[in-house]
Design a protein around this ligand. Structure first.
Ligand code: ADP
Ligand code: ZN
Length: 437
């Protein structure tokens, strides 16, 4: 079961990676065209000859695949093998439409767990660690994805799943858990709950956090590290591409290394679709090279980031992706200004009186955003009953948002602990429709 040391520490040279990607892309296109009903139709309709795709040089002739394409293919339209070869099915939450269904063959499950094992090893996890998986187990890829990756690496896995915070904490203490796998917001919530229950989080044995599934601002990372006394690393993945195991941080924490021998990343201008050079910010497009059950070519992730090509201090050659500044579908357009929740979060992080817990309320009238309200919690230290002080703080936050984002939303300061906590991904944006009178 143990993954060969060789693979975990393997550092490809640029030339080796280049070759793996060139060959991988040609194979991925051939497999998609030959076996996926969706891609066969796409190539036929666009008159594109898959045999003419020679690798990176003309890869950008292939049209993008979008979330909507995958939804329309529900449930098995993207499947490229007979169903009896599919060993497992995962699916996205499907809150905004039909879920996206991902089927994995035995080969897929193997390379996926190896990919996750490498992400965990990159963050510093070893066979000596006891890792508690606090991602939900089920159709969501997070729980099972991390579970099998950690097992492949040879760590001891505690498959707790999400929720049941008090019991999580008590077992975490008794089992001497050294690695916590969760969303960053749940890690923070667990630390708060631990303190409320009278534990000192620093008395736990946690050393490494493997956090993913949602953005983690630097302020949030610092808070988690301080509270738990661990090294918080973040990793990235998505159901449409495979699940977790696409990119992750090394302990230098300078962006997430993409496993470029398994995925071909591109950054595009979200408006024009043009491919942008390294260093430029845009939408991440991914092509998994080995995917058998459910191949996707040039998948538009909707995630905004940039590729970092400079060598990392850890010595790895593979490029990194910067922390996600937003999901294109999270972008709020209010009174002609485009903002991502992360930009507001960054401004809030500059105020020591407020905590990383916040929520954006979009007040709508007949579908149009009329007003944005930023609800933000005070820290226990920032909490005061002096009205004047609170008013002044509100004003300063509003001014700061106006000068950095040209946006002057309503600020509502909340008591510590009053915003709803989550055991999964935090819901930062809430829409409220004003009733017509
Ligand atoms: P859903 O679309 O239902 O959230 P997934 O669980 O597949 O489905 O989530 C994938 C998405 O989660 C990514 O496209 C990205 O927006 C977000 N995500 C995952 N990891 C990170 C991360 N480390 N930083 C920021 N966002 C992340
Ligand atoms: Zn590194």
């Amino acid at each position: 079961m143990k993954l060969q040391k060789e693979l975990l520490s393997k550092n490809w040279s640029w030339n080796e990676l280049e070759e793996i990607q060139e060959i991988g892309l040609v194979k991925a296109v051939r497999h998609a065209y030959t076996n996926s009903p969706f891609y066969r139709q796409l190539f036929n309709e666009t008159g594109l000859n898959p045999g003419k795709i020679e690798g990176k040089a003309n890869f950008n002739q292939i049209p993008f695949t979008t979330k909507n394409d995958l939804r329309q293919a529900y449930p098995y339209g993207m499947t490229a093998v007979p169903l009896e070869k599919i060993l497992r099915i995962h699916a996205s939450s499907g809150t905004t439409g039909k879920p996206i269904v991902a089927g994995y063959t035995r080969t897929d499950l193997n390379w996926w767990s190896e990919a996750v094992a490498r992400i965990c090893a990159m963050a510093g996890v070893t066979t000596k660690d006891i890792a508690q998986v606090s991602f939900g187990y089920g159709l969501f890829t997070g729980g099972f994805g991390l579970h099998y990756g950690l097992e492949k690496l040879g760590a001891t896995v505690v498959p707790f799943s999400s929720g049941n915070t008090e019991r999580q904490l008590s077992l975490m203490k008794d089992f001497q858990t050294s690695v916590l796998v969760s969303t960053p917001s749940f890690a923070l919530y667990m630390a708060e709950t631990a303190s409320n229950l009278g534990y000192d989080p620093l008395d736990f044995q946690l050393k490494i956090g493997l956090f993913g599934g949602e953005p983690c601002s630097e302020a949030m990372r610092e808070e988690i590290e301080k509270k738990w006394g661990l090294i918080a690393t973040v990793n990235y993945g998505l159901t449409e591409v495979v699940g977790p195991g696409v990119a992750g941080e090394c302990p230098h924490k300078t962006g997430m290394h993409i496993l470029e021998d398994l995925y071909y990343p591109e950054i595009i201008d979200p408006e024009s679709g043009a491919v942008l050079p390294d260093g430029h910010s845009g939408e991440l497009v991914l092509t998994p090279l080995l995917k058998e059950g459910f191949p996707v070519l040039r998948y538009r992730t909707g995630d905004i980031t940039r590729l970092i090509a400079e060598k990392c201090s850890c010595g790895r050659n593979i490029r990194r992706m910067d922390y996600i500044t937003g999901r294109s579908d999270d972008m709020i357009i209010i009174k002609g200004v485009n903002v991502f929740p992360s930009q507001i979060e960054e401004v809030l992080a500059g105020f020591k009186e407020v905590s990383p817990h916040y929520q954006l309320i979009l007040h709508k009238t007949r579908g149009t955003i009329k007003d944005l309200e930023v609800q933000v919690e005070l820290t226990p230290e920032g909490f005061t009953d002096r009205y004047k002080a609170l008013e002044a703080l509100e004003r300063r936050i509003k001014q700061s948002l106006r000068s950095t984002l040209s946006l002057g939303p309503r600020i509502t300061l909340m008591e510590p602990g009053s915003l709803e906590r989550t055991t999964g991904k935090a819901k930062r944006v809430v829409e409220k429709e004003k009733e017509d009178i």
